[in-house]
Structure formats: C-alpha cells, structure tokens
Design a protein around this ligand. Structure first.
Ligand code: GDP
Length: 138
C-alpha cells in the first residue's frame, strides 16, 4: 500500500542551486510527487512548523535559518514513504550521513542540512496539511 511523506528542500540547498538535482534524486528513488511548491516561510510559520523543538537550544537558530530564504515543499507518495525517504536523505548531521544520501552530497552542517523529511506517517499528514491546501495536491 502506498503512503505519503512530506519534504522541504531547505534555504541552504535552494540558495546553492541544488533544487533540481535533489528533486531528480527523489523521483529516481521512486517517489511520486503529489504536491509541490516554491515558497518562503515567515519566521512565525517556521516557528509553528518546528514548535516540537521549542525547548531545544537550537530552536531560534532553526527558525531563523528556515525563514532566511526560499524553500521547496512537497508531498511524496511511495510504499513505505516515511522510512524510505529518511534513508534517502541520510542522518541529520551530514558528517554522519551514509555515502550517496542527499544530506551527504548536498548539506553543509547539522543545522543547514539541505532537506526535511517527516519522521512518522502521522506527522507527514500534519506537515503536508500545514503547507498545502486541498486545491494544491493531486
Ligand atoms: P531531522 O528529523 O533529521 O530533520 O532532525 P531533528 O528532528 O532532530 O531536527 C530538526 C532540524 O533541526 C534538523 O533537520 C536541523 O535543521 C535542525 N537541527 C538539529 N540539530 C541541530 C543542532 O544541533 N544545531 C542546529 N543549528 N540545528 C539543528
């Protein structure tokens, strides 16, 4: 059975011109794009998206970074979407990411780590609904 995950290509990666290459990797890995948009989060929206990390010491830095430039958000469909996508992107810290993963190849640091991937089916639905209306997904 197919299910969905949610991703954002983060401001570091869009700013360095990696958007096309990252989308190509995602499609070649078998994910089907159900929704896609190029946008920019306000600090307020970024803060809301990452509210679960509010108590973490890096929260302020994370919100500032995620609202510092454009992002590309997408809903992706595939069997085992959440786990397979996290495997495709690699560890949070690119220094610890496996060879061939998106973060290994495109990310610079644990904060500016090129892509977001949902960590559960439940959060994939919540995050997809946060960025997309019903008119924007197919
Ligand atoms: P993920 O699920 O792999 O994205 O990792 P987490 O849920 O643990 O963290 C969410 C996001 O917060 C990460 O993708 C990073 O952008 C950021 N982050 C995590 N740890 C750090 C850190 O130590 N410093 C900074 N500046 N950002 C961090």
């Amino acid at each position: 059975m197919s299910n969905i995950t949610f991703t954002m290509i983060k401001p570091d990666a869009t700013g360095k011109g990696f958007t096309g290459a990252i989308i190509d990797r995602i499609i070649k890995a078998g994910f089907v794009i159900k929704a896609l948009k190029w946008t920019k989060l306000s600090a307020e929206k970024a803060g809301e998206f990452y509210a679960i990390h509010k108590e973490r010491p890096f929260y302020g830095e994370l919100v500032e970074f995620m609202s510092s430039g454009t992002i590309v958000a997408a809903i992706l469909e595939k069997d085992n979407a959440v786990a397979d996508f996290r495997k495709l992107i690699g560890a949070t810290n690119p220094a610890h990411a496996d060879a061939g993963t998106i973060r290994k190849d495109f990310a610079a640091s644990v904060g500016e780590n090129a892509v977001h991937g949902s960590d559960s089916d439940e959060n994939a639905i919540i995050e997809g609904n946060f960025l997309f209306s019903s008119l924007e997904r197919f």
